[in-house]
Design a binder for this molecule. Structure first.
Ligand code: SAM
Length: 333
């Protein structure tokens, strides 16, 4: 059996234009099985489960990073977005360079392309902070006989890493949770965006977090985007925002400091709603998006039950703060 051919066949389902959940589930299981077999390493132990904590958020333990593949639509949309970005860049350049920050043990989102494109078409920098994931990844790439490709492995912190392999054309990182809680996506992108140029494509291209009102009386399983009414976008992570926002404070060697945002919701607007939530929306690349509840990354985060609110307008002060557990500091009055 040729494992490379097998993986190309399995992962081709991600690139199909029509979404078929059953096929996607089958693909994900098969993809995971092949990767687990190749790695030949049981990650489900104390070392594999340990997240690594930093003063600007945490990096997932190897077993959790490997499990991200099961977030089916997330995995599909990222792979599709990366594919689209590659095709766009390849139309203009002979050899392109992809930096993947936070590969996990399998470089899940990039492996389909290492298998599909030749050494002369794409070079890679694979960056991972977790030493266990990093070792497993090198082993998997070697077992697949892919060392002949132009791949630079870097066991480093993407929030501090300085480009040492030229400026990448595409930078990929999925190091986030819903509401940008706990993990390091924001610090990683700010570090890498500050070194990229206007042509560098970032995947995801744009992440927004908004404050929404949830309609009351809708069964959980029936909730759709239309039942949430957007009040204010309180945070946006994109190359454009990074380069144009005058309110974000940058100091060398420090994490960016984001402005406080005030959201006022008048009493009349609250009728018919019972909850305040944070909603995360992800534009992976161009028209490829991850919308509400399609992934664990886009589930709404409840911030206040307002079913008993009879006091009048609600005033929410919010600020994204990067610390040991990055999150929105919220004051709801
Ligand atoms: C959510 S997992 C995603 C794994 C895989 N890329 C995927 O999408 O299936 C995030 C990965 O990023 C790594 N990571 C988190 N923070 C990092 C940092 N500052 N520098 C490098 N890697 C980091 C974690 O160790 C973990 O392996």
């Amino acid at each position: 059996m040729d494992i490379k051919k097998d993986l190309i066949r399995i992962t081709s389902e991600y690139l199909e234009d029509t979404l078929d959940y059953e096929k996607l589930l089958k693909t994900s299981k098969e993809y995971k099985n092949v990767l687990n077999t190749l790695s030949n390493e049981n990650l489900d132990n104390e070392k594999g489960r340990n997240d690594i904590h930093f003063n600007n958020g945490k990096a997932l333990g190897s077993v959790w990073a490997a499990l991200c593949i099961d977030d089916l639509v997330r995995t599909r949309q990222f792979i599709r977005g990366i594919h689209k970005a590659i095709e766009e860049k390849k139309a203009k350049k002979e050899t392109i360079h992809i930096l993947y920050a936070g590969t996990g043990p399998f470089a899940t989102l990039i492996l389909p392309f290492i298998l599909r494109y030749s050494k002369s078409e794409i070079k890679y920098t694979l960056l991972e902070i977790n030493p266990l994931s990093f070792n497993v990844l090198q082993n998997v790439i070697s077992k697949l006989g892919l060392e002949k490709h132009d791949i630079k492995f870097v066991n480093d912190d993407a929030t501090k890493y300085k480009f040492d392999n030229g400026t990448p054309d595409i930078i990929v990182s999925e190091t986030m949770q819903n509401a940008l809680d706990k993990e390091q996506q924001v610090s990683i992108f700010y570090n890498l965006m500050s070194q990229g140029n206007t042509d560098t494509l970032f995947i995801p291209e744009n992440i927004t977090v908004s404050i929404d009102l949830k309609e009351k009386g809708i069964a959980v399983e029936k909730l759709q985007r239309k039942h949430y009414h957007k009040q204010n976008i309180i945070f946006e992570l994109s190359k454009e925002t990074m380069f144009t926002s005058e309110e974000i404070e940058f100091q060398p060697g420090k994490e960016p400091k984001f402005p406080k945002t005030e959201t006022i919701i008048e009493k009349e607007k609250l009728v018919g709603f019972n909850e305040l939530v944070l909603i995360t929306e992800i534009q992976v690349f161009k028209d490829i998006k991850i919308i509400l509840n399609e992934s664990g990354l886009t589930t709404p985060k409840s911030i206040k039950d307002i079913s008993e609110n009879h006091q009048g307008a609600i005033n929410i002060n919010s600020q994204y703060v990067i610390g040991t557990s990055p999150k929105f500091d919220l004051e709801i009055l």
